[in-house]
Design a protein around this ligand. Sequence first.
Ligand SMILES: *Cc1c(COP(=O)(O)O)cnc(C)c1O
Length: 227
Amino acid sequence: MVETVAGRLALVRARIAEAARAAGRAPDQIRLVAVSKKKSAERVREAYEAGQRDFGENYVQEFVAKARELADLPDIRWHMIGHLQTNKVKHVLKVASMVQTVDRVRLAQELGKRAEAEDKRVAVLVELNVGGEVSKTGGSVEQAAQLVQEVRAQRGLELRGLMTVPPFELEPKQVAVHFRRLRELANQFRVTELSMGMSHDFEVAIEHGATMVRVGTAIFGPRDSLC
Ligand SMILES: *Cc1c(COP(=O)(O)O)cnc(C)c1O
């Protein structure tokens, strides 16, 4: 078993490249976001030293503290991938280079208003629930067009694409249904980024067009303790 962050990162990168080739895609079309929630700044630094630049965080307080601790890494890119409350938007804007979880009109407005006030243009993804009632997060497919329109109306926001966290499926065929659905919606809205796929299913996501995969446990190990 590979024991180090650098070693596991290399394995994940090799698997991404292999999945890309199998799908007839160039490996550099897929960006790896290393999900570091509940992992210490030291582990993030290890991954950074092994060449990783994109990191995903879920919890605002932990996110901001970690980003501060790692402020000496100038070209690190932080992605907000957790549920975002409107009253925490200002904190996230200080550190995130992309917000992947814009799942409601109210949040798009708040984020847009604050970004504009700070003369910023923040890259965002609209998070959609393509798994129906089983999925816990994301805007509904029915409301997707309205949400996309609202994001596009905000001068402080730049819509890059869509993101989804499908219900946990063991069968690749079943999870593929959700990934295909997200890709169809991205085509419909004419956006290019597709953030989908986690440790257990990123290869399936790449087969179905993911441009970003969000991988935590396969890089940092289980999240049962902060280390
Ligand atoms: C935790 C998390 C991930 C990473 O999950 P792993 O199974 O550890 O790879 C990806 N995306 C989101 C939105 C998450 O919350």
